[in-house]
Design a protein around this ligand. Sequence first.
Ligand code: HEC
Ligand code: HEC
Length: 302
Amino acid sequence: MSDFINQFWADYVTWITLASIAACALLLWITARKKVPVRADNTTGHVWDEDLREANNPLPMWWVGLFVITIVFGLIYLALYPGLGRSDGRLGWSAQGQYQAERTQAQTAMEPVYAAWRDLPIEKIAHDPAARGVGERIFMNNCAQCHASDARGSRGFPNLTDDDWLHGGSPEAILQTITKGREGVMPPMAAAVGTSDEVRNLAQYVLSLSGRSTDSVRAQLGRSKFSACAACHGIGGVGNPALGAPRLNDEVWLHGFGEEAIVSIINNGKHNTMPAQEGRLTEAQIRVVGAYVWGLSNKAAH
Ligand code: HEC
Ligand code: HEC
């Protein structure tokens, strides 16, 4: 595959490359033919700093040979490997292909390691310290950059060690999340709620769901507006894993706690993505890392 946007640039690169190589060969040929008039003592007659004379010694042959070899090597290399415009080279080599081949090789080599866990239920895999060790490695390499190395997450990235789940904490739900990824989508809701004052009242009502309201009068005023939210977040803000809508009546805040954070999310909405792992990890790896994640919030299981 080449990234050229059109044939012009492919040709442009091809011709500049070939013209440069041809120019090198030409230079070599011309200089080899050029005869400098020499005196009897093998100097050219040029003198600097009173007595520094320029002798006329030819380049050593091995040096000239290197020039020629470089040119021939360049031409052979460009014929075999991708390098000339859109050409794929006669060997059909590509970085992508090599990466895939090495990946497949590594996965095949690792297969026996995972074989022992392939048919076990997630609860059983989580029980096995060796599997947890492998799962932790996979987590560190593929998940920790977002969910943190202790899996406690940070703002926008959910904590995976508690029993508060956006999309469900059953083994099946966790495997589904990892394999296919998830989209958490909350649309901007300000228009459905009303004026900015009404949005603030509603935010106070949301805070009152977890006993954190600072203004009970405004919370009462905001109550009726919550019907627009209950469609996703459930009556009383109990959450809905089928929609990825978080519980609002607990102490866990993915996008920040307090009136400002809630007002901002009502006004702007939120789109949060958990990237699908099925193209990156094998099914066996997903089961093992899934068991590791499930085990983090089900410590009693092991
Ligand atoms: C690029 C960042 C990123 C990476 C990498 C990532 N995640 Fe996530 N993950 C997220 C985000 C963001 C969410 C929340 C999605 C949402 O808001 O609906 C999430 C959600 C989840 C959930 C669901 C949590 C819940 O409460 O339902 C699980 C389980 C999960 N990730 C596991 C993993 C595992 C295991 C890996 C590694 C194989 C991983 N994630 C890699 C960003 C990431
Ligand atoms: C279409 C469904 C939908 C509707 C309607 C909806 N939400 Fe959400 N809301 C979500 C989803 C999904 C998320 C999680 C976004 C994510 O994955 O990061 C969310 C997140 C939130 C959060 C952040 C929670 C946290 O833990 O930080 C708050 C607060 C919130 N919503 C309040 C409201 C309020 C108030 C309304 C009504 C005005 C409302 N939502 C309407 C789907 C919805």
